[in-house]
Design a protein around this ligand. Structure first.
Ligand code: NZQ
Ligand code: ZN
Length: 394
C-alpha cells in the first residue's frame, strides 16, 4: 500500500429525522447568522425548507435565505449569494439540496470570506484560497458526494466553462443525511445520481498505481455491487428505506477519497463529462455513462489484468483469457448502465450525434488547448480526448 494522507472532518448525522437536529448542531457549532441555500421548488414543496426555518427561529438563530440554484450551478447566483452573505455577516452557510446546492453553498462560503476577490478566480486558479466560511448540508439527493467531499463544481454560464476546485476548505463541517428525504427525487435523478456514485468509485479503481491495495479494492468492489443492487430495488420502490440508505451512504463513501487511499484518482471521464454539461447543460451522471464505455475500450489495454480482475470481482465473470474477460467486464458495466436507462453514447445523451467541429471544441476546451492532460491511468491530451469523444459519438 502506498503512503497517503486522509482527513474527512465532516460530522455526519444519518437516519430518519436527522434534519431535526439542525438548530441544535448549529448552536453547538457556535453559528449565529446562517445563510440557507436551496434549489428550485423541491425543498419548499416537501416542507423541508419551512421546517428548518421554523427550527432556526425557535432556537433564536438569525438566518437569510437564497434560492433558485439550478443543476450545473451558475456563477451569477453564487455572486448574488456572496453579496447576501457579506451584508448579513453570515457565519455559517447551510445547503438544503443536492450537489448543485451544496457546491453553490461552498462557493458562497469562499466568496463571503474573501470579499475583495471575485469568487471565480478561485476556480480558475488566479487566486489561492486560504480561508473560508463553515458550511453544512441537509442532503436531499444521493449523487455528487459533495456533502463530505473536498470538491465543488460550478459553471460560468457566460463563457460556458464548468470547473471543479479541490481544497480542504470545501469539506463541510456538518452533513444531515436522512434517506427518507430522497424519496421524492425524480427517477431520472435517482438513477443518474447512483451512476455518479459508481463513477466516483470507478474513476479511482482504474489507476496507474500497481502496489497491492486489497482493502481499498474490496471496499470499492463492494460499493459498486451494493449501489447496482440497491438502485434496482429503488427503481421499483423509491420508499424502500434500506435501498435508499445504502445509496445515500455509498454516495458519501465514494467521494470522501476513501476509495482512493493508497492510489491515485483518474477522473478523466468527469473532465470529459463536465465539458458536455458546460456546452449542453446535460445532467452530470448522464454525461459520465455516455463516455465511460468508450473511455474503457480506449484505455483497457494499458492494464488488461486490472480490467479482468474487475470483471471477476464485480460481475463474477469467469473463463477465457484475460483480454476476453476484461472486455466482458466493460460490456457488463455498460449493460448495467443500459439496464437502468442511462445513455451510453453521446447521441443517446443529446438525442443527436455531434458534428466534427463540436467534438473538436469539446476536446480543445477540456484540455485547455492541449496544454493539460486529463486523468492518470492513461493521461489524455487533446488527440486522445477527441478519439474518445469520437468513439462515444457513434
Ligand atoms: O432544484 P430542486 O427543485 O431542488 O430540484 C433538484 C434538481 O432539479 C432535484 N432534487 C434534489 N433533491 C430532490 C429533488 N427533487 C425532488 N426531491 C428531492 N428530494 O434534483 C435535481 C438535480 O439536483 P442537483 O443538485 O443538480 O443534482 P446532483 O446532486 O446530482 O448534483 C449535480 C452537480 O454536482 C456536481 C455536478 O457536476 C453537478 O453540477 N458534482 C459535484 C461534486 C462535488 N462537489 O464533490 C462531484 C461530482 O462529481 C459532481 O461533479
Ligand atoms: Zn461525479
Amino acid at each position: 500500500m502506498q503512503s497517503f494522507t486522509y482527513q474527512c472532518p465532516t460530522k455526519i448525522l444519518f437516519g430518519p429525522r436527522a434534519e431535526d437536529k439542525v438548530a441544535e448542531e448549529l448552536k453547538t457549532y457556535g453559528a449565529k447568522s446562517i445563510l440557507l441555500v436551496y434549489g428550485g421548488e423541491s425543498a419548499k414543496r416537501s416542507g423541508l425548507l419551512p421546517k428548518i426555518e421554523r427550527q432556526l427561529t425557535e432556537a433564536g438563530l438569525t438566518f437569510q435565505v437564497i434560492g433558485g440554484v439550478k443543476p450545473n450551478p451558475r456563477l451569477s447566483l453564487i455572486r448574488e449569494g456572496v453579496r447576501t452573505a457579506i451584508s448579513a455577516h453570515s457565519d455559517f452557510i447551510l445547503a438544503i439540496g443536492g450537489g448543485s446546492v451544496i457546491d453553490t453553498a461552498k462557493a458562497i462560503a469562499h466568496g463571503a470570506a474573501n470579499p475583495d476577490t471575485d469568487v471565480w478566480d478561485f476556480w480558475t486558479g488566479r487566486k489561492p484560497l486560504v480561508k473560508s466560511t463553515p458550511i453544512g448540508s441537509v442532503l436531499t439527493l444521493s449523487a455528487a458526494g459533495s456533502e463530505t467531499s473536498d470538491s465543488a463544481v460550478i459553471t460560468d454560464e457566460e463563457t460556458h466553462r464548468k470547473l471543479g476546485l479541490n481544497t480542504p476548505f470545501n469539506r463541510p463541517a456538518l452533513a444531515f443525511m436522512n434517506p427518507e428525504l430522497t424519496y421524492t427525487v425524480p427517477k431520472k435523478q435517482l438513477v443518474a445520481g447512483a451512476c455518479d456514485i459508481l463513477m466516483h468509485t470507478l474513476e479511482r479503481y482504474f489507476t496507474s498505481i500497481k502496489a497491492q491495495n486489497l482493502l481499498t479494492d474490496r471496499v470499492a468492489e463492494s460499493l459498486i455491487k451494493t449501489v447496482m443492487e440497491s438502485v434496482k430495488v429503488a427503481i421499483k420502490d423509491q420508499q424502500d428505506y434500506d435501498a435508499m440508505s445504502e445509496i445515500m451512504w455509498a454516495g458519501s463513501v465514494s467521494h470522501t477519497n476513501f476509495t482512493e487511499l493508497g492510489r491515485k484518482k483518474d477522473f478523466s471521464c468527469h473532465k470529459l463529462g463536465h465539458e458536455l454539461s458546460a456546452m449542453f447543460d446535460s445532467t452530470h451522471g448522464e454525461t459520465l455513462t455516455a463516455v465511460w464505455p468508450s473511455w474503457a475500450r480506449y484505455v483497457y489495454q494499458d492494464d488488461i489484468s486490472r480490467f479482468a480482475h474487475f470483471a471477476k470481482a464485480v460481475f463474477g465473470l469467469e473463463g477465457g483469457g484475460e483480454k476476453e474477460l476484461a472486455e466482458k467486464g466493460i460490456a457488463a458495466m455498460t449493460d448495467f448502465f443500459r439496464s437502468v436507462e442511462m445513455p451510453v453514447t453521446i447521441p443517446e445523451l443529446l438525442g443527436r450525434a455531434l458534428t466534427p467541429e463540436e467534438l473538436e471544441k469539446l476536446a480543445d476546451l477540456g484540455t485547455a488547448g492541449d496544454t493539460k492532460k486529463l486523468g492518470d491511468f492513461h493521461p489524455l491530451g487533446k488527440k486522445e480526448a477527441l478519439d474518445i469523444y469520437t468513439l462515444a459519438n457513434k
